[in-house]
Write a protein that binds this ligand. Sequence first.
Ligand code: BG6
Length: 293
Amino acid sequence: MPFQRLDNRIVLTHPKGASAELLLFGATIISWKAGSQANPEPTERLFLSLKAFLDGSKPVRGGIPVVFPCFGPPTHPEHSRLAQHGFARSETWEFDSVVTDNADSVSVRLTLGPTPSITAKYNRSFHLAYVVTLEEHRLSTDLHVTNTSTSPDNLEFQALFHNYILAPADQILVRPLQNIMYYDKTETTEEGRNNAKVESRSGVDVHKYTDSVYEGAPQEYEVTWSGGGLRIRTSELKDVVIWNPQKKAGSKMADMEDGGWERFVCVEPGYVRGFTNVGAGNTWVGRQVLSVM
Ligand code: BG6
């Protein structure tokens, strides 16, 4: 069966063997298995910490959490009561519909609108829809943000897909980011700002603790390692964050499995430098397509 709805999650299965598992909590994709052209056996592509909380008590450490409407600690006055990375990853979404179900792809749509608990901390009119599509070698995620306000105010927000890619962290290289300006969140200036730098490397590694926000990035990336790789194509997501906590920061995270930082790199396409916006009655769509190389 290509689509299965279990108690708190949805499982998608492609006729050629790929699969994806999506929690209603946070609309978090917690597993994506797909084969490559060279090796068709479906294998796991996402890192999920063995210590991740999957019961809704905490955002999930792994998979693909959805970040909305703020990235990192809130900086917009309308977000001041929100937690780091906003509320989308820690609210329970609703299953809406199966969008496609054919020999090529299966996709589902989850939605999230203002609930009393969201309105208490974020008093804007909005509607989110998240469409997840599974193909033989690809996984696509589309976030639709609708400004449902009847007044003319724009909705200003940030959005990001926090992809935890399962890969040997000591080998991965992310390309092409050379000559792109980035903000190094592991270093702060005397004024408390992140250090702005220009990327000099042709392939970015995460040998040391890395938390870099690339601004105005190319929107298409390759993450490669010995014997594997993923391609990421995006639209409306002009920035990308490369994050790996290494032992230095990872060992302080209660939900990070021991040595987990050696098994993933986060490559996170988003709109996170400044705010994007959508006018009343309109919808913004941010999209990524992950393909096995
Ligand atoms: C990254 C941020 O996107 O997410 C990091 O750039 C942050 O600064 C990391 O530490 C993990 O965030 P969290 O809230 O899931 O622990």
